[in-house]
Design a protein around this ligand. Structure first.
Ligand code: TPP
Length: 574
């Protein structure tokens, strides 16, 4: 800008913007207030895309999703104490899920905070953030902004990605710096996520194990999707002929209708496999910690007969739950690339007994699923509604699918096939509610693609106010609220009879009117035909749309598929 050229000095505001731009960061997710309002104004005037939210948690979730989609750290700006705390849930969730993001919060002056003299929004934010993220830094002088941003970027994307906190006390923004000093202080980060080449002997160990396998299985985690090594991964899977299972956010890395996909025989392959290769997937609770009945062991604590190969960028991931026979430390692209080299044209055929047994179960289960999906009960249920979403995604494979809820999550994951990598964004490792609108805004803002957000009615409530943000930026987002009148379902009973049950909501709520309140399109869909029509119109028009899909209120189960994690009361009822 001309303003920039005229300045003899620059200041903290401009240095932060210059440092971000120098590192190819062009988007900021934020919520204004002291001390960042002017910063956001200047950023916008300087040509950055600034998306302003209604609550910091959703701005933070948007940054995290942008990080997952692009591999560059997503940036979230908040005000001090309460704004910072609102953003912190997203930062912790990003770290848990290995999404690269940087939360930058304004803060109070150190002198006042450390003497606890009671400043406006006083809080020792750096200390609070530290245990909840991958790294945390504070900048006290404007000439250190370049280093601060550089360190934050490296920490967020190198090795195992995650959330980083950067603390910027208010006065740093206003500090002036001589222009030549300022220019020298900026750092363009070279090779922020360096490749980590796996050791040849680790590759050989993995290949030897796979060669001896009679019932091999590959599990793709969201780390494999994040790696953007799609062609290498596909080539390895197809050359070896090994059946594979995608974890939720790895769906679409290979199309879900790929002949080697074993999702429709999931419980069979997990219990029966003898050699399991984990690719950017952790043996955490989502895989029953690699042991117990899921893995074919006799009892819930027992180990199965599997030998594990684990490809992970973190050297400490192996053996976190069960023994890993062949740990393969490296980035997914380099590791799979080295495996592809080592096996040449292939490994020899996977025993037909194994692939045949899987195919048999797949056929049976897919036929059963097709029969269920073909039903059109008088009151719409998860299956008849999601059958429509399934066809919509099939016809629009580039669309992003955001998904949260309990039953709304589990059914969508198993019913709606994905065809393109990194198109499914969901509740991730924590099963956290509230990511919906933040993730949807990020996907639409960063990629320009259509977004479909399938939301439980409870799940939607956590970030529902962001429909205003969606309308304000006129984003191509279609929200489908699976409205069954409550958390899990709407039929719970309060034995006292003096109020509704704890899981119930107002019956037949008009979520569609929330979207209309801000100028978007609101539709109520009582049956699959109405849902289909509304989805088609939303995609054709690219207008912000909310479809209030009325679902049988008795449909669904408590906690969806993880009912068993609910503690059962030990006290006997009297
Ligand atoms: N708070 C957070 C932040 N995360 C959570 N996972 C929960 C609470 C507990 N929880 C799990 S699923 C869920 C809640 C509150 C909502 C389920 O209801 P809904 O979204 O309506 O989905 P449905 O099962 O009806 O499809």
């Amino acid at each position: 800008t001309t303003e920039t050229q005229d300045r003899e000095t620059t200041d903290g505001f401009h240095l932060v913007i210059d440092a971000l731009k120098l590192n190819d960061i062009d988007t900021i997710f934020a919520l204004p207030g002291i001390p960042i309002t002017d910063f956001l104004r200047i950023a916008q005037a300087d040509g950055m895309k600034v998306i302003s939210f209604r609550h910091e948690q959703h701005a933070g979730n948007a940054a995290a999703a942008a990080g997952f989609i692009t591999g560059k750290p997503g940036i979230c700006f908040t005000v001090s104490a309460p704004g910072f705390l609102n953003g912190l849930t997203a930062l912790a969730n990003a770290t848990t899920n290995c999404f690269p993001m940087i939360l930058i919060s304004g803060s109070s002056e150190r002198e006042v905070v450390d003497l606890q003299q009671g400043d406006y929004e006083e809080m020792d934010q750096l200390a609070i953030a530290k245990p909840l993220c991958k790294a945390a830094f504070r900048v006290l002088h404007a000439e250190d902004i370049g280093v601060g941003i550089a360190r934050a970027i490296r920490a967020a994307v190198s090795g195992r990605p995650g959330g980083v906190y950067l603390d910027l006390p208010a006065k740093v923004f206003a500090q002036s710096v001589a222009k030549d000093v300022a220019e020298r202080s900026l750092i363009k980060v070279v090779d922020p996520a360096p490749k980590q080449i796996p050791a040849p002997e680790a590759i050989q160990r993995a290949v030897d194990l796979l060669k001896g396998a009679k019932k091999p299985l590959i599990i793709l985690g969201k780390g494999a999707a994040y790696a953007q090594a799609d062609a290498e991964i596909r080539s390895f899977i197809e050359k070896t002929g090994i059946p594979y299972l995608p974890m939720s956010m790895a769906k679409g890395l290979l199309p879900d209708n790929h002949p080697q996909a074993a999702s429709a025989a999931r419980s069979y392959v997990l219990a029966e496999a003898d050699v399991v290769m984990l690719v950017g997937a952790r043996l955490n609770w989502l895989l029953s910690h690699g042991k117990g009945k899921t893995w074919g062991a006799g009892d819930s604590k027992g180990w199965g007969k599997q030998q594990f190969i684990q490809i992970d960028i973190s050297p400490t991931e192996a053996d976190s739950n069960v023994a890993v026979a062949a740990p393969l430390v490296g980035d997914i692209g380099s590791a799979i690339g080295a495996l592809n080299q080592a096996i040449g044209s292939g490994l020899g055929k996977v025993p037909a007994e194994w692939t045949g047994a899987i195919a048999e179960r797949k056929d049976k289960n897919l036929t059963k699923m097709a029969e269920t999906l073909a039903k059109n009960p008088p009151v719409m249920n998860f299956h008849s509604a999601l059958n429509v979403v399934r066809e919509t995604v099939k016809a629009n494979p580039k669309a992003y699918l955001v998904n949260e809820g309990a039953n709304a999550l589990d059914f969508t994951r198993s019913i709606v096939d994905m065809y393109e990598p990194r198109r499914r964004l969901d509740v991730g490792t924590w099963g956290i509610m509230g990511i919906g609108m933040g993730f949807a805004v990020a996907a639409a803002a960063v990629t320009g693609e259509q977004v479909i957000a399938v939301e439980g009615d409870s799940a939607f409530g956590f970030s529902g106010m962001e429909v205003e943000t969606i309308c304000r930026y006129n984003l191509p987002i279609c929200i489908v609220v699976m409205n069954n009148n409550g958390i899990y379902k709407g039929t719970d009973v309060n034995p006292r009879g003096d109020a509704m049950a704890v899981t119930q909501f107002v019956k037949n709520a008009r979520y569609d009117m929330m979207m209309e309140a801000f100028g978007g399109v609101g539709v109520t869909a009582k049956n699959p035909e109405e849902l289909d029509k509304a989805l088609k119109e939303a995609i054709a028009s690219r207008k912000p749309t909310l479809i209030n899909a009325l679902i049988d209120e008795s449909a669904g189960t408590e906690s969806g598929r993880i009912t068993s994690l609910n503690p059962a009361a030990a006290k006997k009822k009297t």
